[in-house]
Design a protein around this ligand. Structure first.
Ligand SMILES: C[S@@+](CC[C@H](N)C(=O)[O-])C[C@H]1O[C@@H](n2cnc3c(N)ncnc32)[C@H](O)[C@@H]1O
Length: 179
C-alpha cells in the first residue's frame, strides 16, 4: 500500500462524485474517501456495483494478489469486490458511514450514519478481524463511543454493516466485511 500520493494536489481531487465524495491520500492508510462539503446524516453517498469471483477462482488467483486487500465474502459464499468508491472506504472503529448489501441489484449502498463535515474522512467498519494495524482518529471524541455501538437502539447512528436489504436488521448488523 503506497503511503504518499505521487500526484500533484490538483489531481488528488479529480474524482468528485455528485454527493460530494472525493479521494485523498492519508499517510499510513493509502487512499480514502473524504467529504468535499458538509453531508447531512442518512444521505446515500454511494451505490457500488459488485464484481464476483467464485471461491475456486479466488483461491487459485485472487488471494495471491492485491485484491486480497479489497475483497470480502458475499452472502452466498462468493468473493466480492465493490466497484466505484466502495473499495476505497477505510476502516474506523467509530465509522461515520453505514452500508447495506442489496442482493437484488448486486450492489452495496453506503449512507452517512451522522452529519459529516467538509474534509472529514468517510469510514466504514470492516469487522473485528483486521489484517493490518489500524490508524483511527476520532474514536475517543465520538459522542456515542465504542461501547454503545452494539445495541439495537444505536443502530440509527451505527456506521458499519447495517444489513441485507430485504432481511431483518438484527440478523447481519456488525458482521465482518473483509475476507
Ligand atoms: C479496501 S482498502 C481501502 C482503500 C485503501 N486505503 C487504498 O488506498 O486503496 C483496505 C486497505 O486499506 C488500508 N486501511 C484501511 N483502513 C485503514 C486504517 N484505519 N488504518 C490503516 N490502514 C487502513 C489497509 O491497508 C487495508 O488493507
Amino acid at each position: 500500500m503506497s503511503l504518499t500520493d505521487p500526484r500533484p494536489p490538483r489531481q488528488q481531487l479529480e474524482h468528485l462524485n455528485s454527493t460530494g465524495c472525493c479521494i485523498k491520500y492519508i499517510h499510513g492508510k493509502g487512499r480514502g474517501v473524504f467529504a468535499s462539503r458538509r453531508i447531512p446524516a442518512q444521505t446515500v453517498i454511494e451505490i457500488s456495483p459488485v464484481l464476483f469471483f467464485s471461491k475456486e477462482e479466488y483461491e487459485a488467483h485472487g488471494r495471491h494478489t492485491v485484491l486480497d486487500h479489497y475483497t470480502f465474502v458475499w452472502k452466498d459464499g462468493r468473493m466480492a469486490l465493490a466497484l466505484g468508491l466502495g473499495s476505497l472506504f477505510n476502516h474506523s472503529q467509530v465509522p461515520n458511514v453505514s452500508f447495506s448489501i442489496d442482493p437484488s441489484t448486486e450492489s452495496i449502498r453506503y449512507t452517512t450514519a451522522r452529519a459529516v463535515e467538509a474534509d472529514e474522512e468517510l469510514c466504514i467498519f470492516y469487522g473485528h478481524k483486521l489484517w493490518f494495524d489500524p490508524i483511527d482518529v476520532g474514536m475517543d471524541e465520538h459522542p456515542s463511543g465504542r461501547d454503545n455501538l452494539d445495541t439495537v437502539e444505536s443502530l440509527e447512528n451505527w456506521g458499519g454493516l447495517l444489513g441485507v436489504i430485504g432481511e431483518p436488521l438484527s440478523e447481519s448488523k456488525g458482521g465482518d466485511v473483509a475476507s
